[in-house]
Design a binder for this molecule. Structure first.
Ligand SMILES: Nc1ncnc2c1ncn2[C@@H]1O[C@H](COP(=O)(O)OP(=O)(O)OP(=O)(O)O)[C@@H](O)[C@H]1O
Ligand SMILES: Cc1ncc(COP(=O)(O)O)c(N)n1
Length: 507
């Protein structure tokens, strides 16, 4: 899973994360928000204060920046005692503070650094002196991830602000190309029903140059500190997963629901804070990936068996018998039609709006893939098809999971179809590219569908929602999730082997 772990980054279940930032006495932004966000995302939070800010949800009244010698004392006090797994940097106030933080970073080289280039608060008040903008620009190449909002992105590039999402992504590409750093560009300042974010790296560090995640925009004015919370959550989750895209999938789902519950808090008369602990308050555990990782480990023998199948071998090298491929696709189309209904059922049972939307959208995409299969591959093949025995067995299992009423068990049963296909597609596509002989591969288009970054992103989200469901489940339900996941994985294995056994029979 973690194909992009940086060398030297030691993943930890409970990462020790240091926030270097300014304060917000109302607790919604700055270092107070960072500490909540780190804890809500399963990390141990620490804090070094750069500037004391007299602010509330309506605006900033005054900023007091202590002498930088004291800043250094704070930084050294932490780093001389505690092993730091990740650092999040927020408000830096002025040139002297930037210089001090830079010198500490160079001396200590923390394994993971996320920079939120804070310049102006939601209220419009400045949190960085204009004379410090160049020093902040120069800090960017030292970090691993920079998370500018649209005005900050423009200042970092010295360009006018992007007016729409595609201009924003283009600017992020330019910033990444110029600095070598991964950029998390955020769509919070745009309008529209969807609120997109994208990870952009022009140096091959991600699966694709642009990896985008969009969730519905939440109708609320309580967005104070979303940028602070996002960047510290990314530092925390990345220190646990080692994969930026996995981290953003998890963090974005969490942040979306923190915005959905923001109005419950009733803090302040201006732009209030988000609800960092909405999961805890609902009696839910913080989310990690331990559960999904353990599921993946459980099915190691099944995964090996899939790659040993003659069908997969022949599909990979393009020598697969056409009748077998056609049987496989026809069964896949039949499968997808019912699978779409099962996904819709997951949407109906989902405990949060973001999960509900994700599964509903997946159900729609599934039907599109089904009709695409007919259009692209099966169009000429008009032979009537009936459910093969393996397809029927697999669907019976999924339908049983969808009627027994547990959302957690249902998503565990659903997940292998995503995860194993993404894995098979990825590996076969890589093998195909590695041939590098430019030869025509009869099944290249199929391989591309499953090696597609959009499918990989959906798979990461499905995994994140499964972990979230496991966090809310009882021990008994988690055991049932494990059984359902293993059973679906065996069905996937049988599904790939079915053409060999059944393609010859009347179908
Ligand atoms: N109304 C909203 N609904 C859903 N997501 C949102 C909304 N507003 C912001 N976000 C998300 O919050 C994160 C921060 O985005 P934004 O562009 O607002 O950054 P920012 O300006 O640095 O934040 P801040 O409000 O702390 O200054 C992003 O992940 C963005 O997609
Ligand atoms: C100390 C500090 N750091 C960052 C922000 C930005 O957060 P927002 O833009 O949501 O006001 C802030 N207001 N205060």
């Amino acid at each position: 899973m973690n194909t992009h772990v940086a060398p030297g980054l030691e993943l930890r279940v409970t990462p020790r994360v240091l926030s270097i930032a300014g304060t917000d006495p109302t607790g919604g932004a700055g270092i107070q928000a960072d500490l909540k966000s780190i804890a809500a995302n399963g990390g141990y939070g620490m804090a070094v204060v750069t500037a004391l800010v007299a602010q509330n949800t309506c605006g900033v009244r005054a900023v007091h920046t202590p002498p930088v010698e004291f800043l250094r004392q704070q930084l050294d006090a932490v780093s001389e005692d505690v092993t730091i797994d990740a650092v999040k940097i927020g408000m830096l106030a002025d040139v002297a503070v930037i210089r001090e933080v830079r010198s500490w970073l160079e001396a200590n080289r923390p394994p993971l650094v996320v920079l939120d280039p804070v310049m102006v608060a939601t209220s419009g008040d400045r949190l960085l002196e204009p004379s410090a903008e160049q020093a902040l620009r120069n800090l960017v190449p030292l970090v691993d991830l920079v998370t500018p909002n649209l005005p900050e992105l423009a200042v970092l590039l010295g360009e006018p602000p992007a007016e729409n999402w595609s201009e924003a992504v283009e600017q992020a590409r330019r910033l990444s190309a110029a600095t070598g750093v991964t950029v998390l560009v955020k769509g919070g300042h745009l309008t529209g029903e969807s609120c997109p974010d994208a990870l952009v790296n022009s140096h091959g560090l991600l699966a694709d140059t642009v990896v985008e995640f969009a969730l519905p925009r939440v109708e609320t004015s309580n967005t104070h500190g979303t940028g602070c919370s996002l960047s510290s959550a990314m530092a925390t989750v990345q220190a646990r997963t080692g994969d930026w895209a996995d981290s953003l999938a998890q963090v974005k789902a969490w942040l979306h629901d923190a915005l959905v519950h923001a109005d419950d808090l009733e803090v302040g008369a201006g732009n209030g804070p988000i609800h960092h602990f909405h999961r805890l308050f609902a009696g839910k555990a913080p989310v990690g990936q331990e559960f999904s990782r353990s599921l993946w480990q459980d099915i190691e023998p099944t995964r090996t068996a899939i790659f040993d199948l003659p069908f997969i071998e022949a599909l990979g090298d393009g020598t697969l018998d056409e009748a077998e491929f056609s049987y496989y696709l026809a069964q896949d189309a039949l499968y997808l039609n019912t699978y779409s209904r099962v996904l819709a059922r997951a949407s109906a049972l989902a405990p949060t709006e973001s999960a509900q939307l994700f599964w509903a959208n997946s159900a729609r995409v599934c039907l599109e893939v089904e009709s695409d299969l007919h259009r692209t591959w099966l169009g000429a093949d008009t032979a009537p098809r009936k459910l093969g025995p393996v397809t029927k067995g697999y669907l019976d299992h999924l339908l049983a999971a969808s009627v027994q009423g547990s959302y957690a068990v249902l998503v565990a049963a659903i997940l292998p179809c995503y995860w194993l296909y993404a894995d098979v597609g990825d590996r076969l596509h890589a093998r195909f590219l590695a041939r590098g002989d430019g030869s025509v591969h009869p099944y290249a288009a199929w391989l591309e569908t499953y090696a597609d970054e959009g499918f990989a992103a959906a798979t990461r989200q499905a995994i994140a929602f499964t972990d979230e469901a496991a966090g809310n489940a009882s021990a008994q339900e988690r055991a049932a999730m494990r059984t359902a996941f293993a059973q679906s994985s065996r069905c996937e294995l049988d599904f790939f082997d079915a053409p060999r056994l059944h393609a010859g029979a009347s179908s």
